[in-house]
Design a protein around this ligand. Structure first.
Ligand SMILES: [Zn+2]
Length: 470
């Protein structure tokens, strides 16, 4: 047991995939030429007025419910004032002391048991536009020749989720994020892709002597673009802080960028405090007052959540496989394969190892066909099995072809058939041996008939030829 315990809180931004932006009717989403999806509202022209996107509000409530949050009877949009080149209004419409969702709990199922992560709040805000720095190294502003602003993203709805500092290892942070991402995707409210920036994560990290309950000075890590980098960034920062405390120093509150390539943490701008933003209620918007009927309808639409699914699957395949299946999004496919009669642990192992290794998208797989392949795993040669799994996500995939291939190479099964066919056709065998090589096809055909067409002609061909020469 380490003498130090990391204390981690996460701030997650989820870009909602609504058709239009948060406060105007511009189309949201990727792919358009820069600055084509703009209007007077999202470009902050004088006199333009925001109108909230109802779908974004419903989806935020839905996500809040999935996070076990209370849904406010009255939520208020605030102006968060700061200057940034990609923020044309000079403020962002966000939520401050009256967020839409607050005080939740999210179950994080891990191999060693369940942990609960408290959710401070989940609120709705608009995204800033995107600044692209040109000519510098790795797209950073330092060393860039010039910068361009693309306002297409400006005004896209964004949910910010803030957790309590209830996470105590980099691995637990990663698992929380995997389960959260699965939830968001299953709710259908966001693509949640870190590489596209539709899911962004910042981590607050401090350390304390293991067993104590104190909270020491924390630092923030930003700009991490994969779950692996987040885990690495947290580990690097916790180690740095432990080093400082053990050397008798003092950790200073600051913000870091984590560079995954070098594993280095670089200090970035200092963290603003809430006071700096001069929050005040947005005068152009009335408070949001979701009706209790709406909230209860949305609650009824919630799917079974990942934590609950791990608990349910655990009985069949054990904790570790259950966690793996759910965090990787393979549990739905697993359940269909198991329902087709495959032994659950075998099915789970194949899905988590070979199928994952082959990089097959579980949503593209026909469970019934995959079940046939897994059922046959001990009867068919390794190569055919691997090949079948790799192809199992292809459109129109049929197991039969691979199973037939497999049956063929089962020599023990085929040899007696070849023997029988040759014994029953002595005259033809004599003729073949006397030089009528063309009879080979006849024997192969007879053997194929005996197997009901399930054998591979190639293998039968080889067997017959070998037997006739022998
Ligand atoms: Zn607009």
């Amino acid at each position: 047991m380490s003498a130090w315990e990391p204390v981690i809180g996460l701030e997650i931004h989820v870009q909602l995939k609504t058709r239009t932006k948060m406060f105007c009717r511009c189309e949201a989403g990727w792919g358009a030429e820069p600055n084509r999806r703009t209007c007077p509202v999202c470009l902050a022209h004088p006199g333009a007025l925001p109108v909230p996107n109802g779908q974004a509000i419903e989806w935020t409530i839905l996500l809040g419910l999935a996070l076990g949050c209370e849904i406010a009877e009255r939520a208020v949009f605030h102006r968060k004032n700061y200057f940034y080149p990609d923020l044309p209004k000079g403020y962002q419409i966000s939520q401050y002391d009256e967020p839409l969702c607050h005080d939740g709990r999210f179950l994080v199922a891990g191999p060693e048991g369940d942990a609960e992560v408290g959710i401070v709040r989940a609120h709705l805000e608009e995204d800033a536009a995107k600044t692209v720095h040109v000519g510098g190294a790795s797209g950073r502003i330092g060393g860039a020749e010039h910068s361009l602003v693309d306002f297409n993203r400006g005004g896209t709805p964004l949910v910010e989720i803030v957790t309590r500092p209830d996470i105590h290892s980099a691995e637990e942070a990663r698992r929380f994020l995997q389960l959260l991402r699965q939830t968001v995707i299953e709710l259908g409210v966001s693509d949640a892709q870190m590489e596209l920036g539709t899911l962004r994560v910042d981590a607050n990290v401090s350390v304390r002597p293991a067993g104590s309950t104190e909270l020491r000075t924390r630092t923030e890590i930003k700009n991490m673009n994969s779950f692996t980098h987040i885990a690495q960034g947290i580990e690097a920062e916790a180690a740095r802080q432990i080093g400082i405390w053990e050397a008798g120093g003092e950790v200073v509150q600051q913000t870091f960028d984590f560079d995954a390539a070098s594993g280095r943490l670089t200090p970035s701008r200092s963290k603003e405090e809430a006071d700096d933003y001069r929050y005040f209620p947005e005068p152009d918007l009335v408070p949001v007052a979701p009706s209790r009927e709406l909230v209860s309808r949305l609650r009824g639409e919630l799917p079974e959540l990942p934590g609950a699914r791990v608990q349910r699957l655990e009985a069949g395949v054990g904790r570790s496989l259950a966690v793996g299946l759910v965090t990787s999004g393979r549990d739905r496919l697993f359940e269909r394969v198991a329902a087709a009669g495959v032994e659950p642990t075998a099915a789970a192992n194949v899905l988590m190892n070979q199928l994952a290794g082959a990089g097959v998208d579980p949503d593209a797989v026909d469970a019934a066909e995959l079940a046939k392949v897994i059922e046959a795993r001990d009867r068919i040669p390794r190569a055919a099995f691997t090949e079948a799994l790799a192809a199992s996500g292809d459109p129109g995939f049929a197991a039969e072809r691979y199973l037939a291939d497999a049956a063929v190479s089962d020599m023990d099964e085929l040899e007696p058939l070849v023997e029988r066919v040759l014994a029953a056709n002595e005259a033809q065998v004599a003729a073949y041996r006397a030089g009528k090589q063309g009879l080979l096809g006849f024997f192969v055909g007879q053997v194929m008939k005996e197997t009901g067409g399930k054998a591979s002609p190639r293998v039968v061909n080889e067997l017959v030829r070998a037997r006739l020469q022998g």
